[in-house]
Design a binder for this molecule. Structure first.
Ligand code: FES
Ligand SMILES: [Fe+2]
Length: 452
C-alpha cells in the first residue's frame, strides 16, 4: 500500500506518487484490449513515427463525437435524452412569476398555476407569438399578456377573451407544452414522444423518510462551484467513472480536498450493468478494514458520488444529475437525504480552507478542482485528439454504453432504465462509502453520518 502526502508545497508531491507502471492492482491492458474497450478516438498506441517531433504546427483540428454531446431535438443523442425525465428547476422556482428555463437546447417557460400545478410551455404564444414570460399566472394556467389567451399546464386553451363566446373554437388550439412533475424538491420534465413516456422514477434512498430527516437540493457544481458549468454535459458526467482523478487532482495536485483516507492508493475496477456503469475503489485501512467506495452512473445523466469527505458512510445519501442545458452548458444538481440537524455534507476545501468562490485566479491555478478540469476541457471536449489509456476504461465504458443506447432509440427501440409500469418499485442505487470487515462482505443498506 502506498500513500501520498497531501502537501501542495512546491516539489515533492508528485514524486510521492507510486512509480509509473504497476501503480494499482489492475493489470495493464494490452493494446488490443485497450482499443476494444475504448472504441472511440485514437489511442496512445499510435506509432511514434506518426507523431513527428510533436510540435503544435500543422496539428489537425479536433472534433467531437456528436452522439455523445448533442442535445437538440432531432439529433440522435438528443432523441435518446428525450426518452427520460430530467430535472429542469428547483420546485421552489416554479411560482406565479413565469421563469425562463433552458433545457436540452430548448427555451421554455416554467410556472406554477394557482392550484399548485407546475407547467412548462413554449414561450412563443400560439396566437401571434409574443412571449409568455410576461404572462399572468392564474388559478387555471397562464394568460398571455397580448390578447389574453389562457393556457392550462397541459397547453389547453381555456379562454380567448377577444373572440365570440370567448373562443368557440378554443378547444382546437393548444400551446406547446411538456409534462412536468415535482419530486423531492425538483421539477422534472419529459420532453419526448407522448407514446414513449415512462413513469417518473423514484429512488430507494429517498423512501421512508423518518421525522428527523429531510431531503435537500444542492446545485453547486461538484458541491462547491458555480451552479452552471460552461461545458458540455457529457464531459462532466463521465468524470464519475474516472476514479484515478480523485487521487491525482483532489489529493496529489490540490492537497486535501477530500478525506485523507482517499489518499490511500486504491484497487480500482469498473462494472458494466444493464442500466449503467459502476466504479469500485478498495482501500486497505490501517485498522484492517477496507473502504469499499462505489460510484455509479445511470443512463443517461445520473451520477451517484458518495460523499468524498467521508462524513457519510454506508449507502449513499445523495445522487446527482448532469442536466444538459444545451450543448455547451450543464446544470449539475444533487438530491440529498440527511438528518435535519446535520449540514448537507462537508464541501471540498481548497487552499487554506477557502471555498471555490473565495479563491482568486492564482488560487484556482494552484488548487484546481472538478470545475477547472472539466470546464478546462473546453466548451465541448475534442474526442478526436484524446489519448485514452487503460486508466480511462470506465470513461470508455460509459461512452460505449451511451452510444449503444443512442443507436437503440434510433432503431426504434426503448432505452435502458425506463419503465412504463406505474407500480414500478423505486430504483435501488449501488453507490456508497462502505466499510467492509474481512470475512463479512455485506454492505450497509443505510447511510450514517460520522463525527470527524
Ligand atoms: S399573442 Fe398571445 S394571445 Fe395574442
Ligand atoms: Fe472530482
Amino acid at each position: 500500500m502506498s500513500t501520498v502526502g497531501g502537501s501542495n508545497a512546491a516539489g515533492g508531491v508528485l514524486a510521492a506518487l507510486p512509480a509509473a507502471g504497476g501503480v494499482c492492482d489492475n493489470p495493464p491492458m494490452t493494446e488490443s484490449q485497450a482499443r476494444a474497450t475504448v472504441g472511440i478516438g485514437p489511442t496512445s498506441a499510435e506509432p511514434a513515427a506518426a507523431l513527428g517531433d510533436g510540435r503544435a504546427y500543422g496539428r489537425p483540428a479536433g472534433t467531437w463525437d456528436p452522439d455523445l454531446v448533442e442535445t437538440s431535438a432531432g439529433t440522435p443523442a438528443g432523441e435518446l435524452l428525450r426518452r427520460y425525465w430530467h430535472p429542469v428547476a428547483l420546485s421552489s422556482a416554479a411560482t406565479g412569476i413565469p421563469r425562463k428555463v433552458r433545457i436540452l437546447s430548448e427555451d421554455l417557460i416554467l410556472f406554477r398555476d394557482g392550484a399548485g400545478r407546475p407547467g412548462l410551455v413554449e414561450p412563443r404564444c400560439c396566437h401571434r407569438g409574443t412571449t409568455l414570460y410576461y404572462g399572468r399566472v392564474e388559478d387555471d394556467g397562464i394568460r398571455c399578456p397580448y390578447h389574453g389567451w389562457l393556457f392550462a399546464v397541459d397547453g389547453a386553451c381555456l379562454d380567448q377573451p377577444c373572440e365570440p363566446d370567448r373562443g368557440r373554437n378554443r378547444a382546437s388550439y393548444r400551446q406547446p407544452w411538456y409534462p412536468v412533475q415535482d419530486y423531492n424538491g425538483l421539477v422534472f420534465a419529459y420532453m419526448g414522444p407522448a407514446d414513449r413516456q415512462p413513469v417518473l422514477p423514484r429512488y430507494d434512498i429517498f423512501e421512508d423518510l423518518r421525522d428527523d430527516e429531510e431531503i435537500v437540493i444542492i446545485d453547486h457544481f461538484a458541491f462547491g462551484g458555480p451552479t452552471v458549468a460552461p461545458c458540455n454535459w457529457f464531459q462532466t458526467h463521465e468524470n464519475a467513472m474516472d476514479p484515478y482523478h480523485v487521487f491525482i487532482l483532489h489529493n496529489a495536485i490540490s492537497g486535501h480536498q477530500f478525506d485523507p483516507k482517499l489518499e490511500i492508493w486504491p484497487r480500482i475496477d469498473w462494472q458494466r450493468h444493464a442500466w449503467g456503469v459502476t466504479a469500485s475503489q478498495d482501500r486497505d485501512l490501517p485498522d484492517g478494514t477496507v473502504l469499499h467506495r462505489v460510484t455509479e452512473i445511470r443512463v443517461p445523466t445520473i451520477r451517484v458520488i458518495p460523499t468524498p469527505t467521508l462524513t457519510v458512510l454506508g449507502k449513499t445519501n445523495n445522487m446527482s444529475w448532469a442536466v444538459p442545458i444545451d450543448d455547451t452548458h450543464t446544470w449539475v444538481v444533487s438530491m440529498l437525504r440527511k438528518p435535519k440537524d446535520r449540514t448537507a455534507q462537508g464541501l471540498p476545501s481548497y487552499a487554506d480552507g477557502k471555498t471555490w468562490f473565495e479563491l482568486d485566479e492564482e488560487g484556482h491555478q494552484r488548487n484546481p478542482g472538478d470545475y477547472e478540469t472539466q470546464v478546462g476541457q473546453g466548451p465541448i471536449t475534442l474526442h478526436s485528439t484524446e489519448r485514452l489509456s487503460s486508466s480511462d476504461r470506465g470513461v470508455s465504458m460509459v461512452r460505449r454504453q451511451f452510444i449503444e443506447q443512442v443507436q437503440a432509440v434510433a432503431s426504434g427501440g426503448d432505452p435502458v432504465g425506463v419503465s412504463f409500469d406505474p407500480d414500478q418499485p423505486p430504483v435501488s442505487l449501488r453507490a456508497g462509502n462502505y466499510i467492509v470487515t474481512p470475512g463479512d462482505e455485506s454492505l450497509a443498506n443505510e447511510y450514517s453520518y460520522v463525527d470527524q
